[in-house]
Design a protein around this ligand. Structure first.
Ligand SMILES: Cc1cc2nc3c(=O)[nH]c(=O)nc-3n(C[C@H](O)[C@H](O)[C@H](O)COP(=O)(O)OP(=O)(O)OC[C@H]3O[C@@H](n4cnc5c(N)ncnc54)[C@H](O)[C@@H]3O)c2cc1C
Length: 276
């Protein structure tokens, strides 16, 4: 039964670009639409999806035709030069009543196919999302225990869309301390929601992502009292460093720390998936 339950948590959504615009120096917000998205049932917060993109010159992403048991095996059996590029992204906002979702793409030049695609996205471009069929699904990782009195959020620019989704979702008045590292001052953006959030922005500038500034900022902070729940996401070595600090130096119960490496400097998502 558990397998069945898991299978019905997700489905494929065909979608196309409705529009794309810069929302920061490094970030492009792409709005996707299409009839399928009227049924999109994300759980908000850090809801993530697998996004399938075409290679340059292809009119649409190439995926296995059968959606059988071993769909991923069939996908992997296709020629990597032809099969769709598969990348993980967060749903920044869902509007099923308009059959739309927004995804914020960090543009890191043309060094990765997803960034390259987002840099050129125009209305009509076709993609496929593998995403939630139900709001309660395993791709929502932000799960504060009921007794949480203080929420700690630590993120780099790739996890900023998730921070937006989390702040949108949290009940009014929730106490939040957030540390967000961005490449450029032009990436600082107003954050949504009615939580009582104290946000510290850290502009990385020329410092390489994943190095010390964010870990140092969290280490230097005086935290208010209250039972904490921490959520940490972004470049893998940053995430490791912050988690180690929260658990080993601050003594936060490891079960109250959710952490996710969203990317690793020097490794593509395909390489990370192959490692796993
Ligand atoms: C659950 C989850 C949710 C995510 N949500 C988002 C999101 O909402 N928005 C978002 O922008 N990203 C998000 N990411 C991260 C995104 O999936 C990765 O950045 C991904 O590697 C981008 O794919 P790419 O094709 O551009 O680069 P890849 O082909 O994967 O990598 C090529 C090269 O670029 C480097 N690289 C990858 N990402 C970056 C970056 N951001 N800055 C600098 N160099 C980079 C890699 O280290 C590698 O050297 C998420 C990841 C996960 C796991």
């Amino acid at each position: 039964m558990a397998g069945t339950a898991l299978a019905v948590q997700y489905r494929f959504y065909a979608a196309q670009v409705v529009g794309a615009r810069r929302v920061g120096t490094s970030t492009i917000r792409v709005t996707f639409g299409g009839d399928d998205l009227a049924a999109f049932a994300g759980g908000g917060r850090d809801q993530s999806v697998s996004l399938f993109l075409p290679h340059p010159g292809q009119p649409e992403p190439v995926l296995p035709t059968a959606e059988g048991e071993d769909w991923f095996g069939a996908y992997r059996a296709l020629d990597p030069a032809i099969r769709a590029v598969m990348r993980s992204y967060t749903i920044r906002e869902q509007r099923p009543e308009r059959a739309e979702v927004d995804i914020d793409f960090v543009s890191h030049g043309d060094t990765g196919p997803a960034s390259r695609w987002a840099n050129r996205a125009v209305a009509g471009d076709r993609v496929v999302l593998l995403g939630p069929a139900v709001a309660d699904n395993r791709s929502v990782c932000f799960q504060p225990p009921d007794d949480t009195e203080l929420v700690l959020l630590v993120a780099d620019e790739t996890a900023l869309p998730a921070v937006g989704g989390i702040l949108d979702w949290l009940p009014a008045g929730t106490r939040v301390r957030a540390w967000i590292e961005v490449p450029d001052a032009g990436d600082i953006q107003p954050l949504p929601g009615d939580a009582r959030a104290e946000v510290r922005w850290i502009v990385r500038g020329a410092t390489p992502p994943g190095s010390a500034p964010l870990v140092d900022a969290v280490r230097a902070a005086r935290l208010p009292s209250g039972t904490p729940y921490a959520w940490v996401a972004g470049e893998s070595s940053m995430v490791r460093g912050v988690r180690r600090h929260l658990v080993n130096e601050r003594g936060i119960d490891r079960r109250r720390v959710t952490f996710a490496g969203y990317w690793r400097r020097g490794a593509s998502e395909d390489a990370l998936r192959a490692e796993r």
